[in-house]
Design a binder for this molecule. Structure first.
Ligand code: FEO
Ligand code: CA
Ligand code: CA
Length: 687
């Protein structure tokens, strides 16, 4: 009999795998609404017509065929580990046979209201919501919070994290503040009648945070440096510059900004990425939920509501009312770029990477120095994308070089992914049963949508102008028949092998009446646990638009026959559900944080070997407190950093009735926070 890791069994009831409260505040109840992608991937002309001017509709789109330029060869699939090759050794300290970097005793699934870490490791809370980071900001006083105070304090619901080098035992921490949960922020919050102050606090608690952190070499502790001159808050009202092909477009002009080039704020920043030129990228994800009163079909494709918004911001700033200010909503849903080394720099919105619910963006450079960016659109049955820049990075670090590098993502070609399975459709029965060839795998193609150049932009989608493609990117994906995926989340290329990993969180609507059925890349109907896709492509050759793919993990309880761990023996892996954010360590292991785990345990962080004979060996490194999601993992040699997002966000919770008391204990406000974990003996993680 196989010996399996302990598993807590409890059925989640919410379709998205989260508490209803999280769905309400984080993604505007996306799971309860109609799936916005109702396209049959054949025509969308009628949909787009409602939102576009007659002039732009009449402009003929130039159609350039790039497909002919594509080379023929597709690099082969990765080799798979066999059960025999892995041996029968268990885990533990001493002679640990686990993959290098994963030699720790896995944390058992649990529901403890704490961050649970492996034995021999230590942790501390680095920075919490409300901690004063800017000069003059007051200490956290939630009973008397003000928008002015919040604008100088660490924001709410930390998600993506980046650590950038700074020197002298210091690093620069950059965090996304994805969304606010007013019920847990304000005592006696009245959702039907929020006050102006509450709304302005929420604006100030959204956005990005930059805070210098310092290591205590004796203890391993990481603490933040208050009032450091690089510390910064970007909020829902900070000025951004729009760059790329849609900058200045009529579709982006508003009464407050007739130039279409200056936007106030960034919203719902979920995952992100670090660029090789020292800046950070941040995805604007569920921006739809902040806008009210839309009746346009283009907005419907993005899930923008017809009535009042959840937070009622439209009552306090008309730009959130689509009926009054129709184009403001076209100014969100982009990848934004920040230079954390220059506290005076204006952050940028890059329109060339398209407008959708960007989970995040991950960059790598081709051998000749051109950035390639991957980005998922986190919605059930939506797509994932790649942008290939036509500009080369400058290696210098002068102000001019840095400014130039912040234009790299403005010129190039945006592609969407189309995947084809290599097994007969009849063998994909929707249960997750492997097809006869033993793998969910196949080939794929990057379909060009539009190309931006210094002289203008060219559409590759019939019936859509280039600026329409960049602003209504989902509709362009519909038109070219992109593959409808099970919620594409974070993407990460392996620094060791070059293969690209894409987390597909879940999709309980897969296979339901009226929705797309299972296919080889999304092989389970009513998919509760998600999967991780692996792409192999010649990314160094930007003319190459073909790729090979396979499912690296099909997540769930290893006891469930519909799971797959790259062929690794299932009695030696941790249960995992709802993969979301991903990161690599220096050993080539993929680290996966989860959102909405459906196996009765709290969410957690896992490491998995991606190459070698232990490929597929997956181990749980930590779990997070009640109601929380694990976000933003950063895996350094000697430290793991996670963002504990929305702790205590469980149905029925309020300030007076908290369902988590993390991190400060009973009688305090529950606070989203960043946690550092290191080894007590000071050695590298997992070796
Ligand atoms: Fe904000 Fe897709 O998670
Ligand atoms: Ca196959
Ligand atoms: Ca996420």
């Amino acid at each position: 009999m196989r010996k399996l890791l302990p598993l807590i069994t409890k059925d989640g009831s919410h379709p998205g795998g989260r508490s209803a409260m999280t769905c309400r505040f984080r993604c505007g109840d996306a799971c309860f609404h109609e799936v916005p992608n109702t396209s049959d991937n054949e025509y969308v002309g009628d949909v787009i017509a409602g939102a576009l001017s007659r002039r732009s509709m009449m402009r003929a789109a130039a159609v350039v065929t790039v497909a002919g330029a594509a080379g023929a060869a597709v690099v082969g699939s990765a080799p798979r580990a066999t059960a025999a090759a892995t041996g029968g050794h268990g885990w533990g300290h001493g002679r640990d046979k686990a993959a290098r970097g994963l030699r720790f005793t896995p944390v058992a699934p649990n529901t403890a209201d704490q961050v649970t870490i492996p034995e021999g490791y230590a942790q501390n809370v680095v920075v919490k919501w409300g901690d004063p980071i800017l000069r003059g900001a007051p200490d956290f006083d939630p009973e008397n919070q003000t928008a002015k105070a919040q604008a100088g304090q660490f924001g709410y619901n930390n998600d993506y994290l980046a650590l950038l080098p700074y020197g002298h035992g210091r690093q620069i921490l950059v965090a996304n503040h994805e969304y606010t949960d007013e019920i847990l922020m304000f005592r006696d919050y009245d959702a039907a009648n929020p006050t102006r102050e509450q709304v302005e606090i929420a604006w100030a608690a959204h956005g990005l945070g930059v805070v210098v952190v310092e290591e205590d070499r004796k203890t391993g502790k990481l603490t933040y440096v208050p009032r450091h001159h690089l510390n910064r808050r970007i909020t829902a009202t900070t000025e951004f510059r729009v760059q790329g092909p849609a900058a200045g477009s009529d579709l982006l002009k508003t009464s407050a900004d007739p130039t279409g080039r200056k936007v106030l704020g960034t919203l719902n920043n979920c995952a992100g990425g670090q660029t090789p030129w020292g800046t950070t990228l941040h995805g604007e994800e569920n921006f739809n939920q902040y806008f009210a009163n839309s009746s346009r079909a283009t907005d419907k494709r993005y899930g923008i509501g017809t009535g009042a918004s959840e937070r009622k911001w439209e009552r306090f700033d008309k730009r959130f009312d689509v009926a009054q200010e129709p184009n403001e909503v076209h100014r969100f849903g982009y990848i934004v770029e920040l230079d954390p080394y220059d506290p005076d720099s204006t952050p940028v919105k890059h329109t060339a990477i398209g407008r959708f619910k960007h989970e995040g963006a991950t960059v790598r450079l081709t051998r000749d120095g051109r950035p390639v960016v991957y980005s998922g659109d986190d919605e059930r049955f939506d797509y994932f994308y790649k942008f290939v820049s036509s500009k080369r990075m400058r290696r210098g670090s002068s102000r001019a070089d840095r400014a130039y590098n912040m234009t790299l993502l403005d010129e190039g070609t945006l592609y969407v992914a189309k995947l084809t399975g290599d097994s007969p459709a009849i063998e994909i029965d929707g249960t997750g049963k492997l097809p006869k060839d033993g793998e969910f795998d196949g080939s794929g193609e990057w379909i060009p949508l539009a190309t931006a150049t210094a002289k203008g932009a060219v559409s590759h989608v019939e019936g859509m102008s280039a600026e329409e493609v960049f602003v209504f990117t989902r509709l362009a994906g519909d038109k070219v028949g992109a593959t409808k995926m099970d919620r594409p989340e974070d993407v990460e290329p392996s620094p060791r092998t070059g293969k690209v990993y894409i987390a597909l969180t879940n999709n309980t609507n897969r296979g339901k009446t009226g929705y797309a059925a299972a296919d080889e890349a999304n092989p389970r109907n009513s998919n509760k646990h998600g999967q991780v896709l692996e792409l192999t492509e010649r990314w160094n050759d930007p003319t190459q638009t073909k790729f090979a793919w396979s499912l690296f993990l099909v997540a769930g309880d290893p006891n469930d026959p519909a799971t797959y761990f790259a062929g690794f023996p299932k009695d030696k892996v941790s249960p995992i559900s709802c993969p979301d954010n991903v990161a690599f360590d220096a050993h080539g292991n993929l680290w996966i944080s989860t959102d909405g785990a459906q196996l009765g345990s709290h969410d957690g962080l896992f490491g998995v070997a991606t190459a070698g004979e232990r490929r597929g060996e997956l181990k749980q490194f930590l779990t997070v407190p009640k109601g929380a999601e694990t976000c933003g993992p950063v895996i350094q040699d000697r430290r793991v950093l996670v963002a504990v997002q929305h702790p205590g966000e469980l149905d029925g919770a309020t300030v007076d009735n908290p369902l988590s008391s993390w991190p400060d204990g009973p009688g305090t406000y529950v606070r989203p926070s960043v946690v550092a974990v290191w080894r007590k003996d000071g050695r590298d993680i997992g070796v």
